[in-house]
Design a protein around this ligand. Structure first.
Ligand SMILES: C[S@@+](CC[C@H](N)C(=O)[O-])C[C@H]1O[C@@H](n2cnc3c(N)ncnc32)[C@H](O)[C@@H]1O
Length: 347
């Protein structure tokens, strides 16, 4: 299906749920967010967006699997939202009849496994693999005010942190999320929640060059150890941040004082696609050499099963399966067990 096909789907949906026109426009996202990013390459962003959306709206099983749950909920809008506590709450049970509630429940199950959370959606408690509020609580004390800010969340997943940001009224938050499951999970949650300043695009961090000097603040959390060229990526991110703006980096790390990075054979803690896992001081050096200033480590801690674990909404292996059962200081591959490190830097 081409871009026209995408709009055809939207048109069809509009005619079936006319009162929800505002939400449909939101779902379609368009690119109004670009008005907050005057220096971005608007033409290239729109062209890329059209190309990627064409892909995501294909009539193919791998895409329909997540698009259909999204479409099944069009027309349902939450009256109540609360993004100020550990649990992102969208809607109350009392807002829906039994049939609508059953539809929401089925759609939420279709988005399993839930990696980030927790959420409560019309009373459905979604306990995700990660207790993501722990990460948010570590960030909050060092964050600048988000009010009126233009923000990117790279690898935003289902948007848990974007909803937490929304509590502070940013001008716009653009989530970069190239995975179809997460893209539609956020799109669905926000069609329910109706936050017009939150947007997601199926972009990757590699597309950040289309946004020169566009953001006041970029979050790069859980990404850097997946990149084959972390310093090059940091340089590109620096160009996308307005002078004086902020980068928040959160990364898997190894313990140690020396500025070194572990480069695993194939997997690290069973995760493929892991390249450089730095110590905290190595991450600082990467940021300094990418041109950032005021680089500050504000938190670091060993990972634990308190923070990442199997739940009823994420039934696959989790942290304890990645760690040597006889020695919690080692991964299953025999590498140092993961820490997490948090750094704030100024562009
Ligand atoms: C480890 S998760 C981190 C999620 C979230 N940022 C957090 O800190 O909890 C990595 C996320 O990045 C997304 N991702 C994968 N490839 C990416 C890319 N090239 N650019 C941006 N994000 C990507 C994944 O789909 C996933 O949602």
């Amino acid at each position: 299906m081409g871009t026209e096909g995408h709009f055809f789907v939207i048109d069809a949906v509009i005619s079936s749920v006319t009162p929800s026109f505002r939400r449909i426009a939101l779902v379609d996202a368009m690119t109004e967010y670009l008005t907050f990013m005057p220096t971005a390459d608007h033409k290239a962003v729109k062209a890329l967006r059209n190309r990627l959306h064409e892909r995501f709206w294909q009539e193919k099983k791998g895409f329909l699997r997540f698009r259909q749950p999204f479409e099944s909920l069009l027309g349902i809008e939450a009256q109540y939202v609360d993004f100020t506590t550990d649990v992102v709450r969208i809607g109350k049970r009392s807002e829906l009849g039994d049939e609508e509630f059953a539809r929401v429940y089925a759609a939420m199950r279709d988005f399993m496994p839930w990696r980030k959370g927790p959420f409560e959606v019309f009373g459905i408690e979604i306990d995700a693999e990660w207790r993501s509020y722990r990460k948010w609580d570590r960030l909050l004390p060092v964050l600048p005010s988000l009010q009126g800010k233009v923000i990117a969340d790279i690898g935003c997943n289902n948007g848990y942190y974007m909803f937490r940001m929304a509590a502070q009224q940013p001008a716009v938050v653009l989530g970069f999320e190239p995975f179809v499951q997460h893209f539609f999970a956020f799109t669905t949650l926000n069609a329910l929640a109706g936050q017009e300043n939150l947007h997601v695009e199926p972009f990757g961090v590699e597309d950040i060059c289309l946004f020169p000097a566009s953001f006041d603040l970029i979050f790069l959390m859980g990404i850097i150890y997946h990149r084959i060229s972390p310093v090059e990526m940091l340089r590109d991110l620096k160009k996308a941040i307005r002078p004086g703006g902020t980068l928040i980096v959160e990364s898997q790390a190894i313990p140690g004082e020396q500025p070194v990075a572990l480069f695993p054979d194939k997997t690290y803690a069973k995760v493929p696609g892991t390249y450089f896992v730095p110590t905290a001081s190595c991450l600082v050096n990467w940021l300094l050499r990418a041109g950032f200033s005021s680089v500050e480590i504000f938190s670091q801690h060993p990972m634990s099963q308190e923070e990442q674990r199997q739940t009823a909404w994420m039934t696959f292996e989790s942290y304890t399966d990645f760690i040597d059962p006889d020695n919690p200081e080692l991964t299953i591959e025999g590498y140092p067990a993961p820490w997490r490190v948090y750094v704030k830097a100024t562009s």
